[in-house]
Design a protein around this ligand. Structure first.
Ligand code: 18C
Length: 257
């Protein structure tokens, strides 16, 4: 395909990623666009129940099972002041800082760099007794999306993580790990309160609205009650810790719009 044809395939994306040349690209593009739409649907319909709340952070779940395993979809909304959506997504995507905020990971490897904005990760997660240890192999893609509904032209940034296979890293690594499958997205929109008299925008003028969606299939047996307790503890912990981490990293840096 020519670059022009690719641009029309991407549709919502502003720039052409090198990832468009990769065999996984049709899937990466489709899932990212789907996840963006899914994240932007409200929680008023569809049986979402609020299970955790802390200030402006709200977490909802739907109790679902697949072959007797808990696969409860999660959707969280939060409002963070002083950072942009680009900054949020940058720190969520970047392997360089993953271990600084991610407390469920024991080991992280980038097994393939598809493009600057598209990586394939293998993560070994901490073990929760009495279940087997879990690992996850997934592509991760970050992009900027223009918001056609917003007359002020506020951009949206998204990171989408989705499980994939790689024959060099098969499931059941010496029987040690059970592989989970996941679809996760972080969608962030920046709002700017324009300062008076055309003054320079500072971090006090910026608000970032976040939606985080996740579906994780544990991949093998795990007791439902333990799983739901892990969800209830780990997701709020993650979102509070991650947002505090980004605020702290950004506070003395120039704003990355
Ligand atoms: O989105 C998040 N992080 C991203 C970058 O790492 C990425 C990762 C997704 C996590 C997938 C979950 C993998 C299984 C984890 C095992 C549990 C470890 C807990 C250790 C506690 C000390 O997208 C942020 C992720 C936020 C936290 C997610 C917790 C999800 C729990 C799902 C449990 C599924 C398997 C549990 C196995 C046995 C439990 C009895």
């Amino acid at each position: 395909k020519t670059k022009q044809q690719q641009l029309s395939v991407i549709g919502t994306s502003k720039t052409i990623s090198k990832a468009t040349q990769h065999r996984l690209w049709p899937e990466i593009d489709r899932i990212s666009v789907e996840q963006l739409r899914y994240a932007r649907l409200g929680v008023g319909e569809g049986g979402w129940q609020l299970f955790a709340e802390d200030g402006e952070m709200k977490m909802y779940k739907r109790e679902e099972e697949s072959n007797g395993m808990v696969v409860d979809p999660l959707k969280a909304c939060h409002v963070v002041r002083g950072v942009t959506g680009h900054e949020m997504c940058h720190y969520f995507f970047s392997p360089d800082v993953r271990m600084e905020w991610e407390t469920t990971v024991e080991q992280m490897t980038v097994i393939e760099k598809i493009a600057d904005d598209t990586l394939v990760f293998l993560q070994v997660h901490k073990r929760i007794w009495p279940a087997s240890q879990r690992d996850a192999l997934f592509w991760s893609h970050m992009r900027q999306v223009p918001d056609h509904n917003d007359r002020d032209g506020h951009d949206i940034w998204i990171v989408c993580n989705h499980s994939t296979d790689n024959s060099d890293f098969p499931q059941s690594n010496n029987g040690k790990c059970v592989r989970v499958t996941l679809t996760v997205c972080l969608v962030c929109q920046t709002f700017i309160d324009p300062p008076k008299d055309g003054a320079k925008i500072t971090r006090d003028d910026i608000t970032c609205k976040i939606t985080y969606c996740s579906v994780v299939n544990p991949g093998g047996w795990a007791p439902a009650s333990v799983l739901r307790a892990v969800y209830k503890r780990e997701y709020p912990k993650f979102l509070k810790r991650f947002t505090a981490y980004v605020i702290d990293q950004c506070k003395d840096k120039p704003i990355m719009f």
